[in-house]
Design a protein around this ligand. Structure first.
Ligand code: ADP
Ligand code: MG
Length: 245
């Protein structure tokens, strides 16, 4: 399994001032694996995600992506960011660009790819997330669920090796959560490597290969969803599950 690892965190520590937000975190994500990260608010889940594409530098330990330590700056960092797509709670689409332009922007502006080829790929991705008919509209004309699906298409347009999702459905009205989770489930089935922070336990049960439970900056336990939900080992995980299930 070791040579199949795409994302490897070893002994990672991160402080915000006196706050030790990541404490000796070890985590390895294999190619094609879907890891769901759960845990109470403030436990360090977002910081973990942000550390993986170096939106947040770490203070000690190592993170490697696809066999290389995370680059700190320059072109190598730009390449890392395009190889590790990120989907946030807030969709962050450009309001004054159309849906299609939003999806095309990264490959055209950052990667200098030819617009004609990117357009074709972008339309195929919009079709894949079920939004092709909305391509010429602006973000505000779409529902939250549709906008989040566009954000996923935008991340995919960079042809990432992995996707990180940080509570992608937390800002959505309940009736729109399912359509976004369906897209994510389909990506998972297609073999995309994914790290997903979510409170959607149904998604964790059905789509995750592994569930990781974090609390107070520590990776407290990790197991298959079957094992984790049936038999959480730590008191903190049992307590957390009793509150959300
Ligand atoms: P989670 O995503 O699990 O809710 P976060 O990773 O966002 O947790 O935050 C972990 C801890 O770090 C929290 O106590 C949070 O308040 C703190 N924190 C997050 N970002 C910053 C920051 N930029 N500066 C200071 N503290 C931060
Ligand atoms: Mg968070």
């Amino acid at each position: 399994m070791a040579d199949e690892a795409l994302i490897v965190l070893e002994n990672v520590n991160k402080w915000f001032g006196p706050l030790h937000v990541l404490q000796d975190v070890d985590l390895s994500v294999a190619r094609g694996e879907v890891v769901v990260v759960i845990g109470p608010s403030g436990s360090g889940k977002s910081t973990l995600c942000r550390a993986i594409n170096r939106l947040e530098p770490i203070d000690s330990g190592t993170i490697t992506f696809d066999g290389r330590p995370l680059p700190a700056e320059g072109r190598a960092l730009a390449r890392l960011r395009s190889e590790v797509g990120m989907v946030f709670q807030s969709f962050n689409l450009f309001a004054h660009k159309t849906i299609l332009q939003n999806v095309m922007l990264g490959p055209v502006k950052v990667r200098k790819e030819k617009p004609a080829a990117v357009r074709e790929r972008a339309m195929a991705l919009l079709d894949r997330v079920g939004i092709a008919s909305q391509a010429e509209k602006f973000p505000a004309q779409l529902s939250g669920g549709q906008q989040q699906r566009v954000a996923i298409a935008r991340a995919l347009a960079m042809q990432p090796k992995a996707l990180l999702f940080d509570e992608p459905t937390s800002a959505l009205d309940p009736e729109m959560v399912g359509e976004v989770l369906d897209v994510m489930t389909s990506l998972a089935r297609d073999g995309m490597t994914m790290v997903v922070v979510t409170h959607e336990m149904g998604f964790a049960r059905h789509a995750a290969n592994r569930v990781v439970f974090m609390a107070d900056g520590q990776l407290v336990e990790q197991a298959s969803p079957e094992e984790f939900f049936a038999n959480p080992k730590s008191e903190r995980a049992r307590d957390f599950l009793s509150k959300i299930l």
